[in-house]
Design a protein around this ligand. Structure first.
Ligand SMILES: Nc1nc2c(ncn2[C@@H]2O[C@H](COP(=O)(O)OP(=O)(O)O)[C@@H](O)[C@H]2O)c(=O)[nH]1
Ligand SMILES: [Mg+2]
Ligand SMILES: [Zn+2]
Length: 305
């Protein structure tokens, strides 16, 4: 049988369900597709070539080169790919009632973003719950991040406050939301995609399984432009498969001091003549950022002496 002239065509993987994937064509229609074994492992966000079979389903024959691939640690220390071609990591956090913001976790996500060449935006959600004094403290705490070029957006998924600023940040590219459980990621997604239920219904038909669940990594188009990938696994996205020398690349404000330490192989963990430590003493680098760096370093060293 000869292939139709328009085959193979280009498509975007909206969700994948193991052996099958929902592929969107240029017209925005969804097709359940099986993945040809030779094509490799397909993930949400992949751009693919696929051929349409009689009956409305298709076969993915090739994955186009990826701009980026986000993974999380899987079983036996192997990385599990989560989503492809993400350009921006939206790190959602919220002030805890018991203490200040957990910037350690924030820094961890930022390192992971830097090392995968992904831009990052910090979203502080549940702004409706914070009193004025807490707001002031939070804003002061986050100045560090704005100063090194990470945008900070305050939102409330409950009242809708700040959502237009978030939409502005999402407009231009493909983003993925990450952050601890309970910070409000799902609530923000519901706000951003008002017809979420309808979209999930359409995906169920294209999954070939009759049901689509929120545990499947899924890409959504936003009304005002841009795409958002909702992926529960992204929570575990972190800098766990890097080497100690790579870690400092994850702290962008350390870059200017490269080569300034007394020892060429300085790891900035208390060595003599450390330029990073000197910069902290001079107030040029936030001490909490160096603390985060050291905390991640100690975890990495446990894995790779
Ligand atoms: N007050 C307030 N509660 C929120 C806000 N966003 C989410 N929540 C609540 O926080 C809880 C966790 O939200 P969810 O979206 O499931 O968080 P996720 O685990 O990050 O997806 C739910 O009870 C939400 O109703 C917010 O902006 N303000
Ligand atoms: Mg959720
Ligand atoms: Zn040093």
């Amino acid at each position: 049988m000869t292939a139709r002239r328009e085959d193979p065509r280009l498509g975007l993987v909206i969700a994948n369900f193991g052996r099958t994937a929902a592929v969107e064509d240029d017209a925005g229609d969804l097709y359940p597709c099986v993945v040809r074994k030779k094509a490799g492992t397909v993930v949400c966000g992949d751009r693919v070539r696929w051929t349409r079979q009689p009956g409305g389903h298709g076969t993915i024959v090739e994955i186009l080169p990826r701009r980026s691939l986000l993974s999380r640690p899987g079983r036996h220390g192997k990385l599990k790919p989560l989503c492809a071609n993400v350009e921006q990591l939206v790190i959602v956090c919220c002030p805890s009632p018991t203490g200040p913001l957990d910037t350690r976790l924030l820094d961890q996500y930022l390192v992971a973003a830097e090392l995968t060449d992904t831009a990052a935006v910090i979203v502080v959600n549940k702004d409706d719950l914070t009193d004025n004094l807490t707001k002031q403290r939070l804003r002061a705490r986050l100045k560090t991040y704005e100063a090194i070029g990470y945008p900070v957006v305050f939102t409330s998924a409950r009242t809708g406050d700040g959502l237009h600023r978030l939409r502005d940040r999402l407009r231009k590219c493909c983003s993925v939301l990450t952050g601890e459980s309970g910070v409000g990621k799902s609530s923000l997604i519901k706000r951003l995609i008002p017809d979420l239920d309808i979209r999930i219904g359409a995906l169920s038909a294209a999954s070939g399984k009759g049901r689509h669940t929120t545990t499947t990594t899924t890409l959504y188009h936003l009304k005002d432009g841009g795409d958002i990938i909702d992926s529960p696994g992204v929570r575990e996205f972190g800098p766990w498969h890097i080497t100690a020398p790579e870690l400092e690349k994850g702290f962008r404000e350390f870059k200017a001091l490269k080569g300034r330490c007394k020892y060429r192989n300085c790891r900035h963990v208390g060595e003599d003549g450390c330029a990073i430590e000197a910069a902290v003493a001079e107030g040029l680098i936030d001490p909490a950022r160096l603390d985060s760096y050291r905390a991640i370093m100690s975890v990495l060293c446990r894995y790779s002496p």
